[in-house]
Design a protein around this ligand. Structure first.
Ligand code: THU
Length: 134
């Protein structure tokens, strides 16, 4: 499953719309239903309107009725180069992932099918703000 998700994230990265940063990101996630969703970063001339790859994938999944992320995989790197350093999710994406994650959710940062690391949401977002706080 991990290798398949990495393959799909690398393919999604090909669709990245990143004319301003030239930093192309792809994400894939395995949702509760067993379906895989993918996403890429979508930049904007008004830079703050940019959407990260992970959030694109999460929003696609949730808008199709999904409510659980089992795995989410992220690959990123400069245009024209293969990913060579892990693209850890930004703070906003960690918060969005945590909404649909549990202790079993695996967050994978990868450069290739054979070069990746796996984390839990608690590792990358300790002391998260969640519905328990409300
Ligand atoms: N980016 C992502 O897609 N995911 C992240 O977690 C970090 C950053 C994108 C946003 C922007 O298009 C580019 O990478 C450079 O910040």
């Amino acid at each position: 499953m991990v290798k398949e998700l990495i393959r799909q994230a690398l393919m999604a990265r090909e669709n990245a719309y990143a004319p301003y940063s030239d930093y192309l990101v792809g994400a894939s996630l395995l949702a509760g239903s067993g379906r895989i969703y993918t996403g890429c970063n979508v930049e904007n001339a008004s830079y703050g309107a940019t959407n990260c790859a992970e959030r694109t994938a999460v929003f696609k999944a949730v808008s199709e009725g999904e409510r659980k992320i089992s795995f989410i995989c992220i690959v990123g790197g400069k245009r024209g180069k293969k990913p060579s350093s892990y693209a850890y999710p930004c703070g906003v994406c960690r918060q969005v992932i945590s909404e649909f994650a549990d202790d079993d959710t695996k967050i994978i940062v990868a450069n290739s099918e054979d070069d990746y690391e796996v984390y839990s949401i608690k590792e990358i977002l300790p002391f998260a703000f969640s519905k328990e706080n409300l």
